[in-house]
Design a protein around this ligand. Structure first.
Ligand SMILES: Cc1c2[nH]c(c1CCC(=O)O)Cc1[nH]c(c(CCC(=O)O)c1C)Cc1[nH]c(c(CCC(=O)O)c1C)Cc1[nH]c(c(C)c1CCC(=O)O)C2
Length: 452
């Protein structure tokens, strides 16, 4: 159902300050239209959401950043005219000698204290044994959710990745629905490359498409270092999310140098990575310079996320499974190792690739605390290959969601039993959620995992 365009009368506006230090403006758009709210973070960035009358299938849409259509005003104008400037400031009374609630909330915008020792996801990453096995899903945000499809209906993928309100809302959608043990920051692996000026589009059903592939040393110059100012929306969205998430940890992520290189050299998704391997074998100096530049960009992109407060990072080397172990160790591992080493001892580092059964030991050795495993190798065998000192993440076949419930439940039970033999286990799918997946089945899997 479309959001109405009822103008907002002053009498319908209420101001408040929530316990996360955000100024909140509630706007009641009148009977049958639902309500809208604008939250202005201490930084001044406005986050809007609208509750509209339920649609026919009973879903309520939360549409951040779309308050323009709810009120007929641009988002920031709506916030300002509603007087959202800073009610928290009014609440502060320096003479009272008591920190106002809002100020306390503001100071808590670093990683949340105590979470590392309480959140099952973070405990499992550190090879502790929480009471329940933590679970989240790669690609849990996205097309399986009707509320995501509604929000993204006329917004290009990369635009949504550069809008803090959209990032926050899309990251929160699966958290509200499935109650997983971790949220994953909504973005894409090409976002840092776009941020430094590369012409890349994400084409629906295809993936990233690069206008000018990087195939010679002249094009390498385009891969300049990424500065925090290139991605202000990432910093802002992570900060806003920390306030939204309560006790749920937030995972930041980036693409690993090899997987990014494959997109850049091929110009888009590739089955056999022919041009990529041709450069790797034929021009090893150029190859290593390319991966070195990508490692620098990836490290900087993760640094922005970690400094803003994410609780863990996942380095996606989705296509590493295209390589033999020897080639992986020679041409790829040193660059991934440099990225991961930058965060040693700061936050848990998860390293994941698909079809990496033969690479599991090598991927563990590049500096991961947790090694992600696809569905092809049973987790107990995967843990044996990875060796001591690492937790595992995975590894239900993403297609198992289409199995009859008893078969699905048995498969979940098998993953749990084998994962219990590892030093730490984070339940996940063996790769991203498939677009045809019924979200209700994902919620059921969360329940099955938590029930043990
Ligand atoms: C290889 C890769 C990409 N992006 C990513 C990887 C590594 C993970 C993996 O192995 O799948 C990482 C990624 N991309 C996205 C996330 C969001 C967080 C999450 O919920 O996991 C994450 C973690 C959003 C996205 N990234 C993309 C979508 C779909 C875009 C849309 O909804 O139109 C989402 C939600 C697009 C994308 N971006 C990419 C591909 C292959 C595609 C799919 C193209 C398609 O089938 O439409 C590149």
């Amino acid at each position: 159902m479309p959001i109405g365009v009822t103008p907002v009368a002053p009498a319908q506006v209420r101001r408040a300050c929530n316990d996360r230090g955000m100024s909140v403006v509630h706007i009641d758009a009148g009977p049958g239209s639902g309500s809208a709210s604008v939250q202005t973070a201490p930084s001044g960035v406005a986050v809007a959401s609208a509750r509209v009358a339920p649609s026919r299938d009973g879903d309520t849409l939360h549409r951040p950043g779309r308050l323009a259509s709810a009120t007929g005003l641009p988002l920031t104008d709506a916030a300002l005219r509603a007087g959202a400037a800073d009610p928290c400031a009014e609440a502060a009374d320096p003479r009272a000698g008591v920190a106002p609630r809002c100020a306390a909330a503001r100071s808590a915008d670093a990683r949340r204290p105590g979470l590392a020792s309480t959140a099952p996801f973070l405990r499992a990453c550190r090879r502790d044994q929480p009471e329940t096995t933590p679970v989240w899903f790669m690609r849990q945000a996205g097309r399986v959710l009707p509320e995501y499809r509604a929000l993204r209906a006329d917004v290009p993928m990369l635009d949504s990745c550069r809008d803090p309100a959209m990032i926050t809302e899309i990251t929160m959608q699966p958290v509200r629905r499935f109650r997983p043990d971790a949220a994953i920051f909504f973005s894409d692996i090409v976002v840092p490359l776009v941020a430094i000026g590369l012409d890349i589009d994400i084409v629906a059903g295809v993936g990233p498409v690069v206008a000018e592939p990087v195939r010679d040393s002249a094009r390498l110059a385009a891969l300049r270092a990424l500065e925090p100012d290139d991605v202000p929306y990432v910093t802002q969205a992570v900060r806003d999310l920390l306030g939204e998430l309560g006790g749920t940890p937030l995972i930041g992520f980036a693409g690993a140098p090899f997987t990014l290189a494959s997109y850049l050299v091929e110009g888009g998704p590739s089955r056999n990575h022919l041009r990529t391997k041709a450069m790797m074998y034929g021009e090893p100096e150029l190859w290593h310079e390319l991966l070195d530049r990508l490692a620098t960009i990836t490290t900087a992109f993760l640094r922005v996320q970690v400094d803003a407060g994410v609780d863990a990072v996942q380095l996606f080397d989705s296509w590493a499974g295209a390589l033999s172990e020897d080639d992986y160790r020679r041409y790829v591992a040193p660059h991934s190792a440099r990225v991961l080493a930058a965060f040693a001892g700061e936050v848990p580092r998860i390293h994941f690739g698909v079809n990496t059964g033969e690479l599991l030991a090598a991927m563990g050795q590049v500096g991961a605390d947790v090694v992600g495993v696809d569905w092809r190798v049973p987790l107990d065998e995967a843990a044996r290959r990875i060796g001591p000192g690492r937790a595992v993440q995975g590894n239900l076949d993403p297609a198992a969601v289409f199995a009859p419930e008893p078969v699905l439940a048995a498969k979940v039970g098998d993953v749990l039993a084998r994962g219990a033999k590892a030093e730490g286990h984070v339940f996940n799918l063996g790769h991203g959620v498939l677009p045809e997946t019924d979200p209700g089945v994902l919620a059921h899997i969360v329940d099955l995992v938590h029930a043990g």
